[in-house]
Ligand binder design. Structure first.
Ligand code: HEM
Ligand code: HEM
Ligand SMILES: [Fe+2]
Length: 479
């Protein structure tokens, strides 16, 4: 009976707030995919929506929605784990935290509407302030930038002071220190310079030092927390792994920044620095991979010996976290390493190869585990001791993973064609770019990307249905 279903078993407002962030995140994820499908179609039919909703606009909304939904899901995850890790039921200023959520969401809505309906402005200061800044991935206009900083300060203060009051676990200590770096880096992408090299120099501090340092550390803390929740992993073990990962991620990721400084007008010593340190970046990703599988294997062994207490308490979350371990290593580690040496990058730079890596890495390293966190939140919201994967969960896992993997393979083929024809054979000129894009191999690859994109989208529909129904279904079958 529907009326007996409890959807909000939380004892804590912090966790409820976490779920509010998750809801917005999933809506933006859907919007991201729709924009991707439009942009992908424009590769095949360049006239599609031409002068109405251009490729540049669809692409902009696609990748900005990506970044924003992930940040929402990250904040949601923090509010979800905060009471458990600190031992304090409510953050110090939960009311302010909620207000910040509504302000942020209203601002995001306004920015998206401006992206979609105003799209571009004249080359004046006012465009930077009110329409967009033109900095890939973080295009929000300046007024919104300033608002975001204010809202994030409220969020950070909540986390920091709650941490100071409560118990200080290793997970929470890493989280608090890392969040400060993550938020602080955003500021390096906010000021304006006339010199495009200087602009790009700082812009990469946000993009690279987010995804290859602070975000990676962030998902390390999530994996540690989630493994304790789902399989009762031993805290000492996951925290030991976490510290090792932190050391290696920062050790390689910070100077690995050099792999974006090869061709933008920065001094040539970046070739060596970028080559060396970014080549080391896959090492911590192997550690993260081993971490998840090691804990899982170990606990499964225990499970047999020790009975019911050691079962997997959340099937879909565990599946997504396992895919995260593989996906992070494959998308960031392997696909990243492919093009990170300057000798290779001179051919692959800015080709569809980059897009292949970008898709697989963002999906593998971040989308997966953040979806896992949503399932963890749902399990608690519905007060379930155990949540098993449903048919919908499995369809979502299979179709989304298969779809993104398929897109990455198709884009790798398109990139390979660009490297051989446009760069090596025709010498990378303007005309060469168009010649390569009009050859059948390229068009076929782009066709497959669009098909695989549709598969991903169907998977997303299953995911959405599952997130909306899995809790009540499980509750009913438990009764
Ligand atoms: C989860 C982690 C990662 C994510 C989400 C990620 C994502 C991306 C994205 C989206 C781009 C394209 C940026 C643009 O628009 O220009 C990019 C570029 C690049 N990434 Fe990663 N990346 C990750 C990790 C790595 C790692 C570990 C390596 C090396 C081992 C790497 C090597 C590169 C290189 C060399 C480029 C420049 C490509 C070019 O010259 O066109 N990435 N990455
Ligand atoms: C429905 C499925 C999707 C389609 C059809 C699609 C399509 C596209 C297209 C056409 C672009 C522009 C590429 C270019 O400028 O050459 C793009 C860029 C991008 N997409 Fe997607 N996308 C999809 C899903 C995703 C997912 C699931 C993620 C990550 C979780 C993602 C992350 C990105 C990133 C990071 C870029 C920028 C890549 C770069 O500049 O190298 N997309 N996508
Ligand atoms: Fe990078």
């Amino acid at each position: 009976m529907l009326s007996s279903i409890k959807t909000n078993n939380f004892q804590s407002e912090s966790k409820k707030l976490g779920m509010m962030y998750f809801r917005v995140a999933i809506v933006l994820f859907g919007a991201q995919l729709l924009m991707g499908l439009i942009a992908g179609l424009q590769f095949l039919y360049p006239e599609f929506l031409f002068n109405i909703f251009d490729f540049s606009v669809a692409r902009m909304v696609h990748i900005n929605a990506l970044v924003v939904w992930m940040l929402y899901a990250m904040i949601g995850s923090v509010y979800l784990m905060l009471p458990d890790e600190t031992g304090i039921k409510e953050p110090v200023a939960i009311g302010l935290g909620k207000l910040a959520f509504w302000i942020l969401t209203a601002a995001v809505a306004v920015v998206v509407l401006v992206y979609i309906f105003v799209q571009v402005g004249p080359g004046k200061e006012s465009t930077i302030w009110f329409i967009n800044e033109g900095r890939e991935y973080i295009e929000a206009p300046r007024w919104a930038d300033i608002g975001i900083v204010a809202v994030v300060l409220v969020f950070y203060a909540n986390v920091f002071f709650t941490y100071m009051k409560g118990q200080k676990t290793g997970i929470m200590t890493v989280m608090v220190a890392n969040l400060l770096a993550l938020a602080g880096l955003y500021i390096t992408g906010m000021f304006f310079t006339d010199n495009i090299s200087v602009d790009q120099f700082w812009w990469w501090w946000v993009i690279h030092l987010w995804v290859e340092a602070t975000w990676e550390v962030f998902v390390g803390t999530l994996a540690a927390y989630a493994l304790i929740k789902i399989i009762n992993a031993k805290r000492e073990i996951v925290e030991m792994w976490l510290w090792i990962e932190v050391l290696m991620l920062f050790g390689s990721g910070i100077l690995g920044l050099g792999h974006h400084y090869f061709w933008i007008g920065t001094p040539e010593y970046w070739w060596e620095i970028g080559a060396l340190f970014s080549s080391l970046e896959p090492v911590p990703l192997v550690a993260m991979f081993v971490h998840v599988l090691y804990d899982w294997g170990k606990e499964q062994g225990h499970g047999e010996a020790m009975g019911e207490d050691h079962v997997i308490k959340n099937g879909p979350a565990m599946a997504w976290i396992t895919i995260n371990a593989f996906g992070n290593f494959l998308g960031a580690g392997i696909w990243g390493f492919f093009h990170t040496l300057p000798q290779v990058n001179i051919y692959t730079h800015g080709s569809q190869f980059t897009a292949a890596h970008g898709h697989l890495a963002f999906f593998g390293a971040y989308a997966t585990i953040l979806i896992g966190m949503m399932y963890l939140g749902l399990q608690e919201a519905y007060g379930l001791k155990r949540m098993k994967a449903t048919f919908n969960s499995k369809m979502a896992i299979f179709l989304i993973t298969f779809g993104v993997l398929g897109m990455a393979v198709a884009l790798t083929i398109a990139g390979y064609e660009q490297v051989l024809v446009e760069r090596a054979e025709l010498g990378a000129g303007w005309q060469a770019f168009f010649t390569a894009q009009n050859l059948p191999w390229y068009i076929q690859a782009q066709t497959w990307r669009e098909i695989m994109g549709l598969v991903t989208f169907v998977g997303f529909v299953f995911l959405l249905i599952d997130l909306l129904t899995i809790g009540s279904k499980t509750q009913k079958s438990d009764d």
